[in-house]
Design a protein around this ligand. Sequence first.
Ligand code: VGL
Ligand code: ZN
Length: 195
Amino acid sequence: MPMEITARDALIVVDMQNDFMPGGALAVQAGDQIVPLINRLLDIFPTRVLTRDWHPPDHLSFAANPLFIDQSWPAHCVQNTPGAEFHPQLRQQLADTIVSKGTHAGQEAYSGFQSTELEGWLKQRGVERVFVAGVATDYCVKSTALDALTAGFDACLIRDAVRGVDNPPGSEAAAVSAMLKAGVNSIESREILPA
Ligand code: VGL
Ligand code: ZN
């Protein structure tokens, strides 16, 4: 069903950073393929947020021999390194704000709402519904969408504009199910139309 975007809608683009793209330190398969979809969406929404994983070099999730399934990871998205920069084709200049998360060495933060100003920032602007795109479906996208619900927003997953780590295999599908079950809506990007 086509859906018109209104003044009370915001787009949250999750972690479209080089380290999560093919060839990056914590690559998400085909993560770069959603850049054009997201660029179109950045043109449509009145309010646009980019989140970024923004870790100190000694972040607790980093491991020399990461297992992934226990949520230990190769070092990634270290503050002020090329891997932490947004994908070069992402139209980041269209963002109204950039939200950094995971900035404390001793704390993991998958959600853009965790220990950030995002909830208040959105509410101040009258946002009632958020649309979520980006990576990774099974970690930061999922946590961000679920936290949006907890914060009292309606939340919509843009199904073709997300990609997952899918490690362990099946975790991406499980994440989508968990989001839907919690009350997140699902939509395809082509259904999203300017007001
Ligand atoms: C993410 C694993 C570790 C994500 C961030 O952006 O989904 N995943 N840090
Ligand atoms: Zn991280």
